[in-house]
Design a protein. Sequence first.
Length: 202
Amino acid sequence: MILPSRLSTSSTSKHVFFILSRSCLRAAGAGCLLMIIACTAPDNQQRTAEISYVGEHTPVQESWNITLTMDKKGESRLELTAGHFAEFRNGTVSARHLDKGVRAVIHSASSADITILTAERAIIHPNGDLEAFGNVMLTSSDSTILKSQYIRRSAEKKQLWTDRFITIEKPDQTIRGYGLESDDHLTNYTIFKASGEAELQQ
């Protein structure tokens, strides 16, 4: 993992750094996860974050107004924006927390389909999995809308999962239930306990 020894953001500066997953270092030529983070501070503000271990509940790194790209070569791309980014470290394990307006665009590697996710906050785990919390909404290319309070996306399986209450809205159908497993673009999904209503064509 490559990080700058000190990160400072301001309205007149931008920093970009790269984070390579361990799998990139293990196997040449294998599809690897690339994360690119660009960050700027709000206008007329100067903030500095020391990159040193200061405790499990204190961030070792913070940034504001960030854009982050996670790319698994030849498979998919995830683009995230958020008003605030903080990295927390527990031993050798790091988790990246996003809040203040999280937006993620999930791109398909095999088509032009995208899914847009919005949430109040999110966590990016070391394996690339994304957890989204609070008023989570996903909108697919075919206008299918999924709403829940919690969604987890598996970077490896390209799947969405939740055990919470969900609502799926389509132009002629609304489905409600508890628990869901779906592909990234809401084309194939299973609801564990479902009920719903549909508009009958006359």
